[in-house]
Design a protein around this ligand. Sequence first.
Ligand code: HEC
Length: 135
Amino acid sequence: MKKFIGALFFISISLSLLNLGCKDSVTADQIDSVVIPSSNVSYSQYIQPVLNLKCISCHGAGQVDGGINLTTWAGTTADPNVVFPGYPNNSSLVWAIQGKPNVSAMPPLDSPYKPLTTNQVNGVITWIKEGAKNN
Ligand code: HEC
């Protein structure tokens, strides 16, 4: 019995270490505590993980609402009306996550997805201001 508990303990420690080493596996519970810096915002490190957890179930490969596919950088930046590199104020993605009038708020208020935090909204704005790069 002692050996069994020891083995379980070992396995759970190894699994949590494995989890820590794997940066991409941020869960819906963890995403809001990831702090996006105020400059040099990396798309792959900070933006795509937010889109993955809060947007792509409706804007993904299977279901592409509004014709907007947010599963990759190429899809996210495909339409300059959605993301206009250098100009967050002209990007409808920014209006949508800010809940601006005349645009549908994203994620939709009646959906199970949590709205973006202020830090996430600012992170998206900074990423677009810095050229919406594939970085
Ligand atoms: C529950 C499904 C759902 C989720 C989650 C969702 N969307 Fe949408 N989105 C839609 C639908 C449906 C439309 C098209 C109809 C509309 O505009 O309401 C849309 C339209 C849009 C538009 C175009 C808005 C306009 O009026 O021009 C943008 C930009 C957008 N979504 C971005 C996002 C982003 C960014 C996220 C995540 C933060 C997100 N969406 C999450 C369903 C969703």
